[in-house]
Design a protein around this ligand. Structure first.
Ligand SMILES: N[C@@H](CCC(=O)N[C@@H](CS)C(=O)NCC(=O)O)C(=O)O
Length: 227
């Protein structure tokens, strides 16, 4: 059985969506990042980067969400798009992994916990870049139902994981400035697998209190000894 190391956050949610789309059997292994479980030696053997998600598939480990998407899609020959759209699919998949995701995540970080120092410069940069990435996607989606070609692919799932947090990134109605992203997002949300993916982990008792243990686990740089 596949082991899926999970926390209810954007990168694991992309994988949750693909697992549900593929209809695979898997065991959800909760990874309580608020308690620092991502730093345990056992977990680092699965994901040396110490982040969620990761997968163990009958002895094969895969880490980093978009690598997991590509691994599963290739293994099951599904959601890869048309062969002649391969370059386009890889381009968007890596753009999401290196751009939309990280800039959205960092902008949320600089608005919230642990982000009081050095704020203005970082906030200006990450807000601009997060919104710029939404703008790139919005312009690309004009006249399209999917990120790549004419079919739903892992690029849509990867983008969905982050756009699902648009209110944290852009503010409550911020997505209205990106009508094509909003339309595309509604289309993905209508898929039955989205509802099933959202249900994953609702029975888990993951820590929600943000205390010093959590701050140390998530923002270790704030606690590193001065060099
Ligand atoms: N590049 C990695 C990033 C993973 C990542 O940052 N995961 C977050 C949740 S979305 C996490 O584990 N945060 C806990 C931490 O930073 O300690 C991926 O795409 O899987």
């Amino acid at each position: 059985m596949i082991k899926f190391y999970f926390h209810h956050t954007p990168n694991p949610m992309k994988v949750a969506l693909l697992l549900e789309e593929l209809g695979l059997s898997y065991e959800v292994v909760p990874l309580d990042t608020f308690k620092g479980e991502q730093h345990s030696q056992d977990y680092l053997a699965v994901n040396p980067n110490g982040k969620a998600p990761a997968l163990e598939d009958h002895g094969t480990r895969v880490f980093d969400s978009n690598a997991i998407l590509l691994y599963l899609a290739e293994k099951h020959s599904a959601f890869l798009g048309a062969p002649d759209e391969r370059a386009e699919m890889l381009s968007w998949l890596f753009w999401i992994a290196s751009g939309l995701g990280p800039f959205s995540g960092q902008w949320v970080h600089f608005q919230t916990a642990g982000a009081n120092e050095g704020g203005d410069y970082a906030k200006r940069r990450y807000k601009y870049e997060a919104e710029r990435h939404y703008g790139v996607l919005d312009r690309h989606l004009v006249g399209r139902d999917f990120v790549v070609g004419n079919s739903y692919t892992i690029a849509d799932m990867a983008a969905w994981g982050w756009v699902d947090r648009h209110a944290r990134v852009l503010g409550p109605d911020g997505i209205d400035a990106f009508p094509e992203v909003k339309r595309w997002y509604s289309g993905v949300n209508a898929r039955p697998a989205v509802e099933r993916a959202r249900a994953i982990g609702t029975d888990l008792r993951l820590k929600t209190t943000f205390d010093e243990e959590t701050a140390r686990a998530l923002f270790p740089s704030n606690f590193a000894a001065a060099s």
